[in-house]
Design a protein around this ligand. Structure first.
Ligand SMILES: NC(=O)c1ccc[n+]([C@@H]2O[C@H](COP(=O)([O-])OP(=O)(O)OC[C@H]3O[C@@H](n4cnc5c(N)ncnc54)[C@H](OP(=O)(O)O)[C@@H]3O)[C@@H](O)[C@H]2O)c1
Length: 287
């Protein structure tokens, strides 16, 4: 049995599709609050999972910056509860973390062998979650993802859906070009996780689609795919002041996956196109 936390989220929405045929228990915050150890313990007692896919998290980076206790409770205490339960029930833990925990000063994309140095509260909480997983468990996968895309009609509330809406409603838009990252399509991420959990190669992995980009590059690509005539202007991040600082670069490379010969992640352009052509085509049609 695979127990999934945060199954209602952007990544969680693809679990049933990718793990088709596997026994799954999907939970959200109403069925199992990860911050409440008694709720976690009861669920583990009932389900007795072999594998736990821990996706539940406080993911709003700016809210984490202003509601610090909420961020630490959800991402650190929540992860500690899940890791402790995995320990008690001898379950393999897959913890999804972020590539946004580096300080951004490196020119090349970060590997698993670079040292994290978080610049905002969200990244700090995810990094503390990683340390807890490492300290409590022997059998775990820590998977760092890039800027997540996916979710389709109902669950995509992030950059891609916003850009799609803007491309359809505006003549001009401004998009930040001085912050770099790597995209991770949630569906591609789960395919890699599915592959990894069948191996004994526990540890830390970066999982991102190939190629470094800025939000501006992604916006240009979205407009191209949608054949939109919108004019897109490149701006610096100071154009949109936000509560949480962002590193100059959050770009990661799948170094461990490639060393292991397991890196099947497509390029970000290819995957963005696939995503837009599947989910968003339906979405645009029903709008
Ligand atoms: N989104 C990104 O750009 C990104 C990038 C890198 C890594 N990640 C990581 O990837 C994982 C999945 O992210 P995602 O994009 O799918 O996030 P998401 O769409 O925000 O989903 C996270 C889910 O966590 C659940 N949750 C929050 N607090 C909870 C609690 N106390 N107990 C149980 N569930 C709780 C929420 O469930 P309810 O709706 O039921 O409250 C929400 O559906 C997270 O660990 C995240 O840190 C995300």
């Amino acid at each position: 049995m695979i127990l999934v936390t945060g199954a209602n989220g952007m990544v969680g929405g693809y679990v049933e599709e990718v793990f088709d045929g596997e026994p799954l228990t999907l939970t959200d915050s109403s069925s199992m609050d990860v911050v409440d150890f008694e709720s976690v313990r009861k669920t583990f007692e009932k389900i007795r999972p072999k594998v736990v896919l821990h996706l539940a998290a406080a993911t709003d980076v700016d809210r984490c910056e202003t509601e610090v206790d909420w961020a630490f409770k959800t991402n650190v205490i929540g992860t500690q509860n899940i890791a402790a339960a995995c320990n008690n029930f001898n379950a393999l833990l897959v913890y999804v973390s972020t590539g946004g925990l580096f300080d951004g000063s490196k020119i090349d994309p970060y590997t698993e062998f670079d040292h994290p140095s978080p610049v905002n509260v969200y990244a700090k909480t995810k990094y503390e979650g990683e340390k807890i997983v490492r300290n409590l468990l022997n059998r775990y996968f820590i998977i760092r993802a890039g800027w997540m895309i996916g979710g389709g009609k109902q669950k995509d509330k992030k950059f891609v859906s916003k850009m799609v809406a803007l491309c359809q409603s505006q003549d001009t838009i401004h998009v930040v070009s001085d912050k770099l990252g790597t995209l991770t399509y949630a569906r591609d991420l789960l395919e890699i996780i599915k592959k990894l959990i069948g191996t004994p190669f526990y540890g830390l992995y970066h999982v991102a689609n190939q190629g470094v980009c800025s939000r501006y590059d992604v916006a240009l690509e979205i407009a191209k795919i949608l054949k939109s005539s919108v004019k897109i202007f490149s701006v610096g991040s100071d154009f949109f002041p936000l509560p949480a600082p962002r590193p100059r670069s959050e770009a990661i490379q799948n170094y461990m996956l490639s060393l292991r010969g397991l890196d099947s992640m497509p390029s970000w352009r290819e995957t963005l196109q696939a995503y837009l052509h599947t989910w968003l085509k339906v979405w645009i049609a029903v709008k």
